[in-house]
Design a protein around this ligand. Sequence first.
Ligand code: KG4
Ligand code: ZN
Length: 340
Amino acid sequence: MTLVLGIESSCDETGVALLCDKRGVLAERLKSQSVHSQYGGIVPEAASREHVRDLPRLTKQCLADAAVNASDITLVAYAAGPGLLGALMAGAFFARSLATVWQIPAIGIHHMEGHVLTPLLETRIDEPFVALLVSGGHSQLVDVKRIGQYKLLGETRDDAVGEVFDKVAVMLGLGYPGGAALARLAQRGRADAYHFTRPMSKDNTLDMSFSGLKTQVRYLVRDLCADEQVLSNQQKADIAASFEQAAIDVLVRKCTQALKKTKHNTLVIAGGVSANLRLRTALNQQSQINGWRLLFPELHLCGDNGVMIAYAGLLRYQAGKRDNADISLHPRWPLQDVRY
Ligand code: KG4
Ligand code: ZN
């Protein structure tokens, strides 16, 4: 039996999980840091401090939830990048210290590889496939030739799509991070109330652009609020729905192009924005039309969590990968540089 302790601390969630190769997820704990909302963005130093404070407690809780002893654990997997350096350090030092004391190996995991693999935890599929990675820091299309071999097909040239959801949410007074709140508000709005152009959706590359969409929303809000007018709740919902539809149209078109280009017939979507229900519905429709297979993570595993790191660690371990004892962190780390 292989039992992996997974530690995620790359940004503003502290995630810990215990995953068993035979029995699946035995325990998972997640702490989303609320300290940043008052600043309207992530404060790196505060994130590190909270990871340091919360990791021991969450780990103890996981061991208790799963009723396992530390001596049963085979491996500690931790996020080694990309992410905030101080936040990664907090998790890496904690993970490496445990592994040293317990005399077991530790493996540094690419955070985005964790996202890509999460949907495969429930449903094993054969490679190759296309992965759409959409989070607060990334918007990428990746050709997964096999697990551990990733080729970047295209990515955003400016803001990540989750980042733009968060910024539009702030414009509509929904707080930070507001992607999920914006999606909820959009359910009450009309997606055709306002017209936004879909940047780069018709060009031949698989690159994307979202900052122009954000600017279109900013100008619309400015115009609607001229002469000290205040947005009505219906206007806010209509803006949310129209923006969301525009962003999703871009993603769906790019996925369609990526599957055509690679000739793969499976699409995996992952990362925080993969929780978006309108995106899921739109991709489901496209999959039915085109005969693709479509995989999402379970809703609660779309955002950052310890399970995804544990699972990527388990697959690496099973493939015979072992890290040496160095702590090597990569705040910027292209997924295609991951090696098996
Ligand atoms: O993967 P994740 O938890 O963290 C990063 O690695 O960035 O993704 C977080 C992002 C945030 O930008 C958040 O607003 C967005 O995912 N998000 C959503 C939804 N839920 C979370 N965006 C759109 N619709 C949602 N339902
Ligand atoms: Zn993430």
